[in-house]
Design a protein around this ligand. Sequence first.
Ligand SMILES: Nc1ncnc2c1ncn2[C@@H]1O[C@H](COP(=O)(O)OP(=O)(O)OP(=O)(O)O)[C@@H](O)[C@H]1O
Ligand SMILES: [Mg+2]
Length: 251
Amino acid sequence: MVRRIGVLNYKGGTGKTTTVVNLGAGLAARGRRVLGVDLDPQGSLATCLGVRYTYSLTHMLLGQAQPYNCAVHARPNFDLIASDSSLLQAEGEMWRMRDSKAARQLLSNRLREMEHGYDYVLLDFSPSASILSESGLRYVRELIVPVSMGYLAMVGTRQVIETLRHIAHTPGSHVRLYLILPTRYSSRLKKDKEVLSILRHHFEERLADPIRASVKLTEANSHHMTIFEYSPRSTGAADYTRLVERVLSDG
Ligand SMILES: Nc1ncnc2c1ncn2[C@@H]1O[C@H](COP(=O)(O)OP(=O)(O)OP(=O)(O)O)[C@@H](O)[C@H]1O
Ligand SMILES: [Mg+2]
């Protein structure tokens, strides 16, 4: 059965796209068939993987192309439905649909038509709570929530924990909080260690091992490569390998 996983946090820049790229690439390298779907009009997923495309999620949502024609080959076993700023137009159309329930179901229906060829569908959510985010939450069954350690330290762990507890409670969805993924972790910082142990206390086995802060992850993104291609011996590659193994072992 296909696993539908959303990578979501309404806070920007927490590592959602980086996680979809590298979790997707790691699963694909282990022979799993992966579809990545970009729900963000910023369109970073195709950019990070250096993929060109003709049809995007916009075409899929507006019925301008068959869903399977909107998936492009990114890497062996790893396909992608790309997005760009035209997605804002599709979101506008969704808002204007008279039947708002049908509008919110549209993404899910289209993805269900094409998910059969895949073992994993990974949704890269945008950092805003849009109609498309709501639709995405109706499709996915599991959520991975990347949280940036620096942000946690800044705003306070308690507030973030409260938000995380509510993130999976969305009307009309059957989604469960699968993993909290600490990102930009630095074991040299006492504060990061403290925050991690508070998170572990609250989320226990739902807390994934952290992704350490690594400039190689940023460089890989800007070179349009996965971390396994750009720097296979880096801490980023080791940390994402651990995440891949965790996801596989829970499957
Ligand atoms: N573990 C990490 N260490 C250092 N830099 C990282 C790490 N993870 C991601 N980054 C960098 O942080 C920036 C934001 O990451 P990314 O784009 O994955 O976040 P995002 O949550 O998808 O952002 P948005 O909310 O804008 O979609 C990027 O430049 C990325 O390369
Ligand atoms: Mg992103």
